[in-house]
Design a protein around this ligand. Structure first.
Ligand code: DAT
Ligand code: MG
Length: 150
């Protein structure tokens, strides 16, 4: 089982899409093991997007995620990192295919509603950053109908 970090960005919260977005991960069969809603500090946002610090969009990106509440989540499941990235879709909403969050709900590169960890190292780093108190693992009775166990 893998755990990934997913964040609904300020545009998703302001547009009232929190329920729509969360339900996509939940309906897929991923397990919610962490959930926090708050307005991130500049320090937190800067660390989160540190890999992009030399990109021209970095200052605007940090400002964007610190202006309004976000919903930070941890989702667990088999291959949760790639499963979540596929649910989210490509960065630019205008190019993202229908069926993905960005393809269904977004029209922009920067205002693209959701963040998802892009690999195991990133997931570990981001989960530690956003959930310093750790995640809340629990036993899901649904899972025996989600995964065939042999
Ligand atoms: P993703 O969120 O799909 O993993 P990324 O890691 O390349 O995309 O970039 C992180 C975020 O930075 C992205 O969600 C939105 C913003 N961003 C990326 N490229 C951008 C661009 N060309 N102009 C404005 N914002 C951009
Ligand atoms: Mg990324």
């Amino acid at each position: 089982m893998e755990t990934t970090f997913v964040m609904i960005k300020p545009d998703g919260v302001q547009r009232g899409l929190v329920g729509n977005i969360i339900s996509r991960f939940e309906n897929k069969g991923l397990k919610l093991v962490g959930l926090r809603s708050f307005t991130p500090s500049e320090e937190l946002a800067s660390k989160h997007y540190e890999v992009h610090k030399d990109r021209p969009f970095y200052p605007g990106l940090v400002k964007f995620v610190t202006t309004s509440p976000v919903v930070a989540m941890a989702w667990m499941g088999k291959d949760a990192i790639s499963v979540a990235r596929n649910i989210i879709g490509p960065t630019n909403g205008r190019e993202a295919p229908p069926g993905t969050i960005r393809g269904d709900l977004g029209m922009d590169v920067g205002y693209n509603l959701v963040h998802g960890s892009d690999g195991p190292e990133t997931a570990t780093f981001e989960l530690g950053l956003w959930f310093p108190q750790g995640i809340n693992e629990w036993e899901s009775n649904r899972e025996r109908w989600v995964y065939e166990s042999r």
